[in-house]
Write a protein that binds this ligand. Structure first.
Ligand SMILES: C[S@@+](CC[C@H](N)C(=O)[O-])C[C@H]1O[C@@H](n2cnc3c(N)ncnc32)[C@H](O)[C@@H]1O
Length: 194
């Protein structure tokens, strides 16, 4: 745990499962994967809003043959992600970027657990969030500002987003002319490019 990054939450693990499923990697030992949509070798995966690096580092460990990239807007988060990647011997390209602004290639898969909490939710348990930095939690436009901006600028084959289930339908509707909703897995939405 570190005050400069979000403490990883269990709901985010579904992002990993969905990427592994697209790349044809078994999620559970002994379970035969479905026919993969993508070839893991040379697969370009970008994690937007990497924080501690928990998603990217896990992905690199599971998919050694893929090229993994990560960005964050927070210098402090980037320092921690780089340190964690080094300690865990995971080769990842990590750099500072506001969403995709400093990305000059087209990833096959974009994954993002961006801030999606709306400060005005009356059911919000602020006490349970007090250890997490505000930049990792809150977004304007009812929590959807950054997710919508990412949809506007993304061009990847697949887009995998975490959001509160109460926001899912609005995100699916917003993405509709660009990305087709494939699947919902807990807090996670999987889209493919139209
Ligand atoms: C909810 S945390 C997720 C951290 C980590 N990926 C995880 O799942 O535990 C969101 C992260 O997005 C970053 N972030 C916020 N605004 C951003 C932006 N405009 N561009 C890139 N990253 C941003 C925050 O600094 C934070 O690290």
């Amino acid at each position: 745990m570190d005050e400069n990054v979000l403490t990883p939450r269990p709901e985010t693990e579904q992002i990993i499962d969905e990427v592994l499923s697209l790349a044809g990697k078994p999620i559970l030992p002994g379970v035969k994967p479905e026919k993969p949509a993508l070839n893991a070798k040379g697969l370009k995966i970008l994690d937007v809003g990497t924080g501690s690096g928990c998603i990217t580092i896990t992905l690199k460990k599971e998919l050694e043959e893929a090229d993994i990239y990560a960005v964050d807007i927070s210098e402090k988060a980037l320092e921690i992600a780089k340190k964690n990647a080094k300690n865990l011997n995971a080769t990842i390209t990590i750099k500072k970027s506001y969403l995709l602004n400093n990305i000059d290639f087209t990833p096959d898969i974009i994954v993002a657990n961006l801030p999606y909490v709306d400060k005005d939710w009356d059911w919000l348990d602020k006490e349970s969030l007090k250890e997490d930095p505000g930049i990792a939690l809150y977004a304007e436009d009812h929590g959807l500002k950054l997710i919508k901006e990412l949809i506007d600028t993304a061009n990847s084959k697949y887009l995998i987003l975490e959001a509160d289930p109460s926001q899912h339908q609005e995100i699916i509707n917003y993405a509709t002319s660009k990305y087709q909703h494939q699947k919902t897995n807990g807090f996670v939405l999987v889209f493919s490019k139209c």
